[in-house]
Design a binder for this molecule. Structure first.
Ligand code: PLP
Length: 399
């Protein structure tokens, strides 16, 4: 036996968002005045009351292993939040707490997939979905939500790609990278389809608290018993509570799936960090004013960025209604020349922007849309303006 490596592991694409964010941070650290639109995380610190709860946990010696799927106190807090915010009843034995939403999603696919099972992933998609599905021996099947459809997919499109092997559909609302949200009517149609086909729906609601313009977040599992049985609801505290580094995500599912995920986790990572679990209890049941302030700030930035992008030449976007991203169509830029050479791809455009204009943006090829870029507005208004001025300068220099 020679020293070969795992074919499955070698097929995994490293996360390009993390790579670009790391490059921007590196340039910044070396003294270069870079504007980073890449971040998938709030620029705010975790609210004080949450940090204090963590300190208290340490001081009280809450520093040992906990139950693998999380502590009862946090499961109860999540169960209450599911009921009050999402209108879904999940008892504590239906909840599994993991090391971030990414880990929750990994558990989900490991628990439901057999080799060769297909998972429908609407594009544009968060770039980790296909890799997570493949690592769980599943096969990603893509379907495109075009710009004219608000970057969302219809049941007719789902039907066209459903096969005997289809095991699940992923729906992510509010969406990363588009900032779009599915309406109740759209979700109800998808729910009916999923029930008719008797498949699972993995509902990624990571950005559920970041929904703007008087829209309300809607959870697909809340519609009726049939869709509830087939849904695995995924959420976490990273985005809404500025807790990306704490690594807490969670799922609500049937008790059977929860039990499987709990056993998988018990061998892979054991419990999520004990201190972060206590901090998350405070996040969910404590004072919510910290996140309300962040929400207002995100909303101001969203409006500001969208207004400015709408006035720029060669690019366009739809008004984002959730999360903290503006998804920008750069098709016209790709037809232009920069310094005598065709721009060609969003990836190229991103390279030019970081090299020549010191602006980091996310090219969305790995999100299934190679003619779009994603800008995050999880940075200050001043930085947004500085970065957009630089992008405008680039657009002015196109021939
Ligand atoms: N789902 C979506 C749509 C995301 O954008 C992210 C993070 O970027 C996650 C899940 C995972 O979040 P985390 O693992 O940080 O809790």
């Amino acid at each position: 036996m020679s020293l070969t490596l795992s074919t499955k592991a070698m097929a995994v694409k490293p996360s390009s968002t993390l790579a670009i964010t790391a490059k921007a941070k590196e340039l910044k650290a070396s003294g270069i005045d870079i504007v980073g639109f890449g971040a998938g995380e709030p620029d705010f610190n975790t609210p004080d009351n949450i940090c204090k709860a963590a300190v208290k946990a340490i001081e009280e010696g809450f520093t040992k292993y906990t139950a693998a799927s999380g502590i009862d106190e946090l499961k109860l807090a999540i169960s209450k939040k599911f009921k009050e915010f999402n209108n879904i009843e999940y008892a504590p034995n239906q909840i599994v707490i993991s090391n971030g939403g990414k880990h929750s999603l990994t558990n989900v696919f490991e628990a439901i997939l057999n080799p060769g099972d297909e998972v429908i992933i609407p594009a544009p998609y968060w770039l980790s979905y296909p890799e997570i599905v493949k690592l769980a021996d599943g096969i990603p099947v893509f379907v495109r939500g075009e710009k004219e459809q608000g970057y969302k997919v219809t049941v007719e499109q789902l039907k066209a790609v459903t096969s005997e092997k289809t095991k699940a559909v992923i729906i992510n609302t509010p969406n990363n990278p588009t900032g779009m949200i599915y309406s109740e009517e759209e979700l109800r149609k998808i729910a009916d389809y999923v029930v008719e086909k008797d498949i699972y729906i993995v509902s990624d609601e990571m950005y559920e608290h970041l929904v703007y313009n008087d829209n309300k977040h809607i959870s697909i599992a809340s519609f009726n018993e049939e869709i509830y049985k087939r849904t695995i609801t995924v959420s976490g505290v990273a985005k809404s509570y500025a807790m990306t580094g704490w690594r807490i995500g969670y799922t609500g599912s049937s008790p059977e799936i929860a039990k499987l995920m709990g056993s998988i986790q018990s061998h892979q990572t054991s419990n999520p960090n004990s201190i972060a679990q206590k901090a998350t209890v405070e996040a969910l049941v404590g004072d919510q004013s910290g996140i309300e302030k962040m929400f207002i700030e995100f909303d101001n930035r969203r409006k500001h960025m969208y207004k400015r992008v709408s006035k720029m030449k060669y690019v366009s976007s739809l008004e984002p209604l959730g999360a903290f991203y503006v998804f920008i169509d750069v098709n016209q830029v790709l037809d232009k020349k920069y310094k005598g050479e065709k721009v060609e791809s969003a990836q190229n455009m991103a390279n030019i922007l970081i090299e020549d204009y010191k602006v980091a943006v996310i090219p969305c090829g790995d999100f299934g849309f190679s003619d779009h870029i994603r800008l995050s507005y999880a940075i200050s208004i001043e930085s947004i303006d500085k970065g957009l001025n630089r992008i405008e300068e680039f657009l002015d220099n196109l021939e």
